[in-house]
Write a protein that binds this ligand. Structure first.
Ligand SMILES: O=C(O)CCC(=O)C(=O)O
Length: 299
């Protein structure tokens, strides 16, 4: 179902923003990010970086040692997801250390230091189903404000097939997650089933929610707070939607425990034995990106 052949990634019209994308993180963008938890940035990533992502995806797909999770396994609408490929994928390392993403994150979050929480691909071929509505925060063992994801699509998408968001929901109720292992059965089936209220049926009651999404051209990115309710559009029968989400955090993020009955995403065995809730989230599971570590500097 998954094709990763190269698209035409030649840069035809380099704009000033493409050459210095950190300038896109204006005070207005920061304010909207804090208020809505979702901001679209047009023409933020040069096609060289998209090419790097595409080559990284090809390497990951060919790497049998990296787990791929199948959503809706065995059904015509199945699709793949794979998380935390940074450590074994030089293209993703170059993206994180050399592209403007980390500078944009530093400006957005107001943090001199930036760490990588995770990288995650969603790979949908023609006729793939929806990514269920969810918030990311319940799956992540952390608390604090300086956190953001950048959602990057390699393929042009119209709004119907884009990721969809409920602006402002990161400041509202934090719901239980869907269970990624049984998403075939019912995406609203609780994950932790303990402290948090169950996810509402947003898809079944779309008109009751303020849902936004965007037409996307490759190079556009969406900045997304992990507390925002979001769900991914399906792909049309002949469509394709390959996305990478880069998740970063800054100084104020601390470790927070999650129910021991279920793994976090990505899974981090041992973390709960080494950190106490409230400790700064500093651990080899989460590589520091800014300042650039010595082993990544030239010379
Ligand atoms: O691209 C998608 O369909 C899902 C993305 C997502 O849930 C995320 O990046 O947090």
């Amino acid at each position: 179902m998954t094709s990763t052949e190269s698209t035409d990634l030649r840069l035809t019209h380099p704009t000033p923003e493409l050459m210095a994308p950190v300038a896109l993180i204006t005070a207005d963008v920061v304010e909207r990010y804090q208020r809505d938890g979702v901001v679209l940035l047009r023409e933020a990533l040069h096609r060289e970086w998209l090419l790097l992502i595409e080559l990284g995806l090809q390497r990951v797909m060919g790497n049998g040692g990296q787990t791929k999770h199948t959503f809706y396994d065995g059904r015509p609408d199945q699709f793949l997801e794979t998380v935390r490929n940074f450590e074994v994928t030089p293209e993703l390392q170059r993206l994180m250390f050399d592209s403007p993403i980390v500078e944009m994150m530093a400006a957005l979050l107001g943090s001199e230091e930036i760490w990588l929480y995770s990288d995650e691909f969603f790979i949908k071929g023609g006729g793939a189903g929806r990514t269920p509505w969810h918030q990311d925060m319940p799956y992540w063992p952390l608390a604090g404000d300086q956190i953001a994801s950048m959602w990057i699509s390699l393929d042009p998408l119209d709004a119907e097939h884009c990721l969809e968001f409920v602006p402002g929901s990161h400041r509202d109720t934090m719901y239980d997650g869907f269970n990624p292992r049984v998403v075939n059965d019912d995406p609203r089936r609780p994950y932790y089933g303990e402290d948090l209220p169950p996810l509402p049926d947003i898809e079944g009651n779309r008109s009751e929610w303020n849902i936004v999404s965007y037409d996307i051209s490759p190079g556009d990115v969406v900045l997304l707070h992990p507390g925002v309710l979001h769900g991914g559009g399906h792909t049309p029968p002949k469509g394709r939607r390959r996305t990478l989400t880069v998740r970063c955090y800054g100084d104020d993020i601390v470790y927070a425990s999650r129910p021991s009955t279920k793994p976090t995403a990505p899974i981090t065995p041992g973390l709960s034995l080494q950190l106490t809730p409230g400790d700064p989230l500093r651990h080899p599971w989460y590589p520091q990106l800014r300042p650039k570590p010595v082993w990544q500097r030239p010379g």
